[in-house]
Design a protein around this ligand. Structure first.
Ligand code: ADP
Ligand code: MG
Length: 340
């Protein structure tokens, strides 16, 4: 009996080892779309997936960057009230952005860009605009005035209006990367916006950290364990911000006031299989607040979320209650489960 077991052990071990070799993990880190991106793909074609993913990200950045003078978005913003032809991809993402604008009753408004710029978030020359300037800026934020011409693949903005797709571009990019993985397992972390493709080869769930929404902190408040293809996308006021006279100002604007949105939230994490939808909602819920988000969740029922409130409490939708765990340092946090 003993000798048989003795014989089997090396066989089992070598099987296990070759199993590991078969699901090789390949990773790379790049800087694009203003953020650090970590790309990981599994299997023999991992390096190929990463090479294609990298090329795709730079290609999208070139189309969508608001600061690249040769991008489609720059062309639209410099259109001076005339029709501007754009690539099909830009047109498609713009159409999506406008439909999410309607769905979120204008909480997501891509024409908030002039305000983002006036507050200095595009240049780093931060300033607090006065009330008159804010009123002027707010009057020019209105996504319903963006015109699309599907036949000519053209876009037109009223003079003086500017837009950017920063609120959904990374979520959208993450979906395209997952598609590109072609059924092979992969995980893409685009500056805290995570997208998985397939199941992790070792059979364990993907473990995705929810960042502590404190300025300067790199710790995790908790983690989600998820299987299959999912996007986990976070918006918050703790990464792009400045302080003046004891106030903190961040880069997500309330389209109604043209000032940083103060809805009582520190961060919003949205989970669904569609990254672009998660990205749109993470921004929109951050603008409108926890109660609005909970209502939106109840009426749509096609995503889940984790909210960190300014009062220190944490809300998790019922669908995630079983997959979310608090980190060791945060065991005392009160977790409220949002029910239907
Ligand atoms: P991040 O890009 O930091 O992950 P978001 O997805 O929330 O965060 O997008 C924020 C970006 O979207 C800002 O940098 C700005 O360009 C733009 N933006 C700010 N406020 C809004 C808004 N209310 N609707 C749409 N876009 C916005
Ligand atoms: Mg977003």
């Amino acid at each position: 009996m003993h000798s048989v077991r003795f014989l089997f052990l090396p066989m089992v071990l070598s099987l296990l080892l070759s199993g590991c070799a078969q699901t090789r993990e390949t990773s790379s880190t790049i800087f694009a779309m203003n953020t650090v991106m970590e790309l990981t793909a599994y299997g023999d074609s991992g390096q190929q997936v990463l090479d294609q993913a990298t090329e795709r990200i730079y290609q999208l950045e070139h189309l969508l960057s608001v600061t690249d003078e040769n991008s489609d978005i720059s062309a639209i913003n410099h259109g001076e009230g005339a029709w501007v032809p754009v690539s099909q991809e830009t047109f498609q993402l713009l159409s999506l952005a406008l439909s999410y604008g309607r769905e979120t009753q204008g909480a997501l408004d891509i024409t908030a860009y002039s305000a983002v710029h006036a507050w200095g978030f595009t240049t780093g020359e931060y300033r607090v605009p006065g009330p008159e300037e804010l009123a002027e800026l707010a009057a020019r934020i209105d996504y319903t005035q963006v015109e699309l011409d599907p036949e000519g693949c053209r876009v037109r903005l009223p003079q003086g209006m500017q837009l950017d797709l920063g609120s959904i571009a990374k979520g959208w990019a993450s979906d395209l990367l997952a598609e590109l993985a072609g059924g092979e397992p992969a995980i893409f972390n685009l500056g805290g916006n995570v997208r998985t493709a397939g199941d992790k080869p070792d059979g364990s769930p993907w473990r995705i950290g929810i960042q502590t929404p404190e300025a300067g902190s790199s710790g995790y408040l908790g983690a989600l364990e998820l299987t299959g293809s999912q996007a986990v996308i976070t918006s918050g006021g703790y990464e792009r911000y400045f302080e003046e006279d004891g106030q903190t100002y961040w880069h997500i604007m309330d389209p109604e006031t043209a000032a940083p949105a103060r809805s009582g939230l520190k961060s919003v994490t949205i989970v669904s299989p569609l990254g672009v939808y998660c990205d749109a909602l993470s921004t929109a819920v951050f603008v409108r607040g926890a109660d609005w988000g909970a209502d939106f969740w109840r009426t749509h029922q096609d995503f889940e979320m984790v909210l960190v409130l300014e009062d220190g409490s944490l809300w998790v939708t019922a669908g995630l209650a079983g997959s979310f765990t608090l980190a060791e340092d945060y065991q005392d946090l009160e977790v409220t489960v949002i029910q239907l």
